[in-house]
Design a binder for this molecule. Structure first.
Ligand code: NAD
Length: 500
């Protein structure tokens, strides 16, 4: 564990985080670096390499070479065993990785370490799945043919990740990609590069062959180098819909396969027969946890008019009691926004909402009590579907309230969005919950729950929330190409002009 000992003191000024290319830790080719700021203290607490185009090119070449090296010769079960080893090493380092993530993105230590403790499960699940990606035998109409399919690795995967949950969103991509036999390059967010560089040390320790996993840190330009590189066979992106569109355009140039996990504007629908206390708890978890910086944030409350007053009274009381503060303090419930631009963006949206005639039942802007990027948990009433605060992803602790009278109206409001990532339904009727779940256009629907994910359950969105699904057994198929093999079994020579 010699490499790992370097990251045992995440506060130390001499911590060195390096690119990981072809099994080696190195500085950027031009020695360029980028600072990583702790959003709570405002201090630059780490310097990381800022990769150049030639570093990205080296990573792609290493990943291509690795496809035909020892990695390419391994059986699926052998790959699975390596993934299992990685899972065990990640479990040993979960606490440290959680600290690195919380320092980088300012989210609560209890949330980030919860994620890093759960991280090994992705690698355990896909370790077991690796040797189960069966092809099929296809019954032939022609008696002289045996036809079967194979899932072959798609090749080099280029992954681009956001700042809100860097390692868990990396795991969504890396675990199925490695299980399927691909090689991998990740470009982490410029706001949160550290945990991914530390993660590379753990992959190295696990003993993956050189070039199988590579990390290039840097800004948007590094993402653009990776997404336009012709040596990349598949792009796996998580981030905003605006950037997702650019990645999709780059992919089109080279016919690169692509999966996109983008934003959301998810509804939490509360019917009149709901357990209101449970709903309030789920709404708080959905939009105020993680400071609302979650793709699946339940940022639109869609509530039956008859329970609106009771629900809002309880929700506002709970929102007002939320403890803002130091993300490292276990008592803190909501930390700062991760970046200044994000903080400014949320303030701007709230100002616009006020100008548009919305009412803040609580919150409404920056905290006066806490210096730094703190937004007070906000409940916004008197809104309509055309307002920015209702239409667009905010990525902050802000929920808008919309009211309905009938089930049809609830579904119509829930679906009145270009996104479709998630939805929550709160009701005590099994029949209604199922009926509504089937009509809501969202990739994930929780009934009497909110904000749970697991490695074996597909996750992704309808509409502008993305393309493809991560997690679940089928995720491996998105890292493979299907090949159909036709075997002529009779040995007879066919008339070459009677093909068909
Ligand atoms: P972002 O789109 O700004 O950046 C995401 C990544 O893309 C970063 O690594 C960034 O450097 C890179 N990038 C920026 N410009 C690029 C370009 N032109 N080409 C290639 N790469 C480029 O997103 P963000 O602000 O880091 O993250 C927040 C967004 O992520 C939110 O919209 C959120 O909903 C979304 N998100 C989605 C999911 C999901 O699973 N659906 C999960 C988490 C976050």
């Amino acid at each position: 564990m010699t490499e790992l000992s370097k990251i045992e003191q995440p506060n130390a000024a001499d911590d060195k985080y390096l690119l990981y290319i072809d099994g080696e830790f190195r500085s950027a080719e031009n020695d360029s670096t980028l600072p990583s700021e702790n959003p709570f203290t405002g201090e630059v607490w780490a310097e990381v390499p800022s990769a150049s185009e030639s570093d990205v090119d080296s990573a792609v070449k290493a990943a291509r070479k690795a496809l035909s090296g020892p990695w390419g010769q391994m059986t699926a079960r052998e790959r699975g065993k390596l993934l299992g080893k990685l899972a065990d090493l990640l479990a040993q380092n979960a606490e440290l990785l959680g600290i690195l993530e919380a320092k980088d993105n300012g989210k609560l230590l209890k949330e980030m370490s919860g994620q890093t403790q759960y991280l090994p499960e992705w690698f355990h699940y896909f370790a077991g799945a690796a040797d189960k990606l069966n092809g099929e035998v296809i019954p032939s109409e022609r008696p002289n043919f045996h036809i079967y399919t194979r899932h072959e690795p798609v090749g080099v995967v280029g992954a681009i990740t956001p700042w809100n949950s860097p390692l868990i969103l990396l795991a969504f991509k890396l675990a199925p990609a490695l299980a399927a036999g691909c090689t991998f390059i990740v470009k982490s967010s410029e706001h949160t590069p550290v945990s991914t560089l530390a993660f590379a040390k753990i992959v190295h320790e696990a003993g993956f062959p050189a070039g199988v996993f590579n990390v290039v840190s840097g800004g948007p330009e590094v993402g653009a180098f990776l997404s336009s590189h012709p040596g990349v066979n598949k792009l796996a992106f998580t981030g905003s819909d605006a950037t997702g569109k650019k990645v999709l355009c780059s992919a089109a140039e080279n016919f690169t396969r692509v999966s996109l996990e983008l934003g959301g504007k998810s509804p939490n629908i509360v019917f009149e027969d709901a357990d209101i206390d449970a709903a309030v708890n789920g709404i708080v978890a959905g939009v105020f946890a993680a400071t609302g910086q979650s793709c699946m944030a339940g940022s639109r409350l869609v509530v039956h008019h008859s329970v609106k007053d009771e629900l809002l009274e309880k929700l506002v009381a709970r929102a007002k009691s939320i403890k803002l503060g130091d993300p490292m303090d276990p008592e803190t419930e909501v930390g700062p926004m991760a970046t200044r631009p994000q903080f400014e963006k949320v303030k701007g949206i709230l100002k616009q909402a006020a100008n548009d005639g919305a009412t803040f039942l609580c919150g409404g802007g920056a905290s006066e009590e806490h210096p730094g990027f703190f937004i007070v948990p906000t409940v916004v009433d008197d809104v309509h579907s055309e307002m920015d605060v209702v239409k667009n992803e905010i990525f902050g602790p802000v929920i808008s309230v919309l009211t309905f009278s009938t089930e049809e109206e609830a579904i119509e409001i829930a679906n009145d969005t270009r996104f479709g990532l998630a939805a929550g339904i709160w009701t005590s009727s099994v029949q209604r919950s199922t009926r509504v779940a089937h009509q809501v256009k969202a990739g994930t629907v929780w009934i009497n729950a909110y904000r749970v994910v697991a490695p074996n359950v597909p996750f992704g969105g309808f509409g502008h929330s993305g393309i493809g699904r991560e997690n679940g057994f089928d995720a491996m198929k998105q890292y493979s190409e299907v090949k159909a093999v036709w075997v002529e079994t009779s040995g007879t020579t066919r008339d070459p002009f009677a093909v068909g």
